[in-house]
Design a binder for this molecule. Structure first.
Ligand SMILES: [Zn+2]
Length: 75
């Protein structure tokens, strides 16, 4: 037995694929408002942090840095 970290209700954490799912005593998947709110706020953040455009920009900046350093050392 464990407690839901959002609403403190007793739940059992079951492994389902890669993620842990909280299950209530009756076998149903536990859901609560606090957890939903947390997930919704994470969903809003994820696209921003995982933006392919941002990653491409970051990688380009890294490559440019390496190139600049490389030519600087050669000349
Ligand atoms: Zn809960």
């Amino acid at each position: 037995m464990a407690k839901c970290k959002y609403c403190q209700k007793d739940v059992t954490w079951m492994k389902e694929g890669r993620k842990n799912v909280p299950v209530e005593g009756d076998g149903g998947i536990h859901k609560c408002e606090q957890m939903e709110n947390m997930r919704n706020s994470l969903k809003k953040l994820e696209p921003k942090t995982l933006s392919a455009e941002e990653i491409a920009k970051y990688e380009k900046a890294m490559n440019d840095n390496v190139k600049e350093k490389g030519t600087g050392r050669k000349s």
